[in-house]
Structure formats: C-alpha cells, structure tokens
Design a protein around this ligand. Structure first.
Ligand SMILES: Nc1ncnc2c1ncn2[C@@H]1O[C@H](COP(=O)(O)OP(=O)(O)O)[C@@H](O)[C@H]1O
Ligand SMILES: CC(=O)N[C@@H](CCC(=O)OP(=O)(O)O)C(=O)O
Length: 258
C-alpha cells in the first residue's frame, strides 16, 4: 500500500510569520503523498474581537453563532487558507485550498444540543476519500481548513485536529496513513515547566496514567482523544511535536501507538 502523510498545524504556528514560513518550507520538502490541515483559532479570536464579537470556547470547541460562523468562514476559508496556498505555490507545491464543501470532501452533522449548544459546529460524518484521491493523483496537494458542510447548504465549524484525524481515517481505505500534529512545543511534555521533558512514546496504558496524573490538560485532551480514535479506526502512525519532526534527522517528538 502507498503511504500518505496528513500534517496538521495549529494556531500558534500560523500566528508567527517566521514559524509558518519555516514550517511550509519543511512541509514542501516532505516526500510522497501529503495533505495539509490547518487551524487558525487564535486568528479567528483576534479578528472577532476587532469586530466586537466575543469568543467563547467550551471543552476546547468554539461556540459558533451565525456571526461567528461568518468570521471563521472569512478567516479560515479565506485569509489563512489562501495565504498558505500562495506560500506553498511559491515553494513549487501545487496546493489546492479546500473547505469540506469543496468537491463535497467532508460532510458533517450539526452537533446535537445536550448540556451545551455549540451552534454551527459540525461532527464529521463522511470523508469523500475517492474525490480527495483524485486531487492527489492529479498532482495537487490538498490544504484543508477547519470548515465542513452538512450537504444541505450549511457550512459548519469543525476542530482542525478532528479534520486531520477524520481525513486520515477516510484516506486509510486507500493508503497507509500517518498523522503529524505540529505545534509550538517539542511534543507531549512530562513536566510542563521543562520544555525538554518530551515523552517519546505514548501507548494506551501510558495515556491512562498521564490522564490520571493530570499531565494532559487543556488543548492536549481533545488532541490525544483524536489520536486514539484515529488509531482505532485504521490510521497507521501518529506523531506530535514541533515542525522539526518533519525532518529525517530529528527524533525528539512524541510517537503515539495503541
Ligand atoms: N502535557 C502536555 N504537553 C504539551 N502540551 C500540553 C500538555 N498538556 C496541555 N498542553 C497544551 O496543549 C496545547 C496544544 O494543543 P492545542 O491548543 O490544541 O494546539 P494547536 O491548536 O496549536 O495545535 C499546548 O500549547 C499546551 O498548552
Ligand atoms: C469547533 C471549533 O472549535 N473549531 C475550531 C477550528 C479552528 C482550530 O481548530 O484551530 P486551531 O487548530 O488553531 O486550534 C475553532 O474555531 O477554534
């Protein structure tokens, strides 16, 4: 089976022009089939604030009312996505920017209201692996933002880590897939005060212990949940660390296995 790498970058890298440029240069040198997924939560929050719109996050997810949906569509689907695509073109990568509505690539269902009403937030229901594969086979590099659609004309906001894991699960019908979650730290840290205390390997048992000890908190909670979900659904390998993990010489990052 051919391999496919799904690389995800978060808001902290996107916010820093130098970090973004370094990342994109490394990404452009990644060999073989690849897909990029980007977030941009921090940019959405700052632009919403300039427009007088307050941002509310619950359990790591943005409460997305109609006004916020407009902002995130402009920020993720426009500003961030098109800038990244243009920068990749400058690096000779024939990138194509996509929301889940484009080529009907990612369908989702509005998250049902239980204790919290998240508004226009979508949980992924289907990834059109054949259509995405046509792009890859055509020589294009798909660049997904954190927007999906319900198939009935409604765009929905979906966490970018979830997009990466769901796209990887979908594409694993055709490829041996691996995910690279790139963020500003070297990996999952044993001691948050010590940036070098990278945990090199997390398996199911270690994951439980880290949760019990309260070492995994905040944004790392949904991130690792996504990782184990993906590994249980056909994804071959998951790595988490800073952008240097895309180079062959660096092994100071976290590898996640079942
Ligand atoms: N043990 C840990 N090691 C590393 N990061 C952790 C840990 N626990 C919580 N975190 C937090 O998780 C964050 C990464 O998740 P997230 O905010 O979703 O990042 P991004 O969206 O930029 O990828 C880190 O910035 C850090 O604040
Ligand atoms: C539903 C939901 O929470 N969506 C996220 C999508 C962006 C994202 O995930 O960005 P980062 O990767 O930079 O955090 C949000 O709007 O913040």
């Amino acid at each position: 089976m051919e391999t496919l790498k799904i690389v995800k970058i978060g808001g902290n890298i996107i916010e820093d022009e130098t970090s973004l440029n370094v990342f994109l240069e490394l990404f452009s040198n990644v060999e073989g089939n690849k897909i990029l997924v980007h977030g941009g939560g921090r940019r959405a929050t700052s632009i919403a604030s300039k427009l007088g719109i307050e941002s509310k996050m619950v359990h790591g997810r943005r409460i997305t009312d109609a006004e916020t949906l407009e902002v995130i569509t402009m920020v993720y689907g426009g500003l961030v996505n098109k800038n990244i695509v243009a920068k990749l073109q400058a690096l000779n990568i024939n990138a194509i920017g996509l929301t889940g509505a484009d080529v009907n690539s990612i369908t989702s269902k509005k998250r049902p209201v239980k204790d919290v009403d998240f508004g226009f937030v979508g949980d992924v229901t289907q990834v059109a692996h054949e259509s995405i594969n046509k792009l890859i086979q055509g020589g294009f590099t798909p660049v997904f933002c954190a927007i999906t659609h319900d198939g009935a004309g409604q765009l929905l906001n979906t966490n970018a880590d979830t997009i990466a894991s769901q796209v990887a699960i979908g594409m694993s019908k055709l490829y041996e897939t691996s995910i690279y979650y790139c963020f500003e730290l070297n990996g999952v840290l044993e001691d948050f005060q010590d940036k070098n205390s990278v945990i090199k390997h997390i398996d199911t048992t270690r994951y439980k212990t880290l949760l019990e000890k309260g070492i995994i908190v905040d944004g790392m909670l949904p991130k690792l949940e996504n990782c184990f979900h993906a590994l249980h659904h056909g994804v071959h390998a998951i790595n988490m660390g800073n952008t240097a993990m895309l180079t062959k010489t660096n092994d100071n990052f976290t590898k996640i296995t079942l």
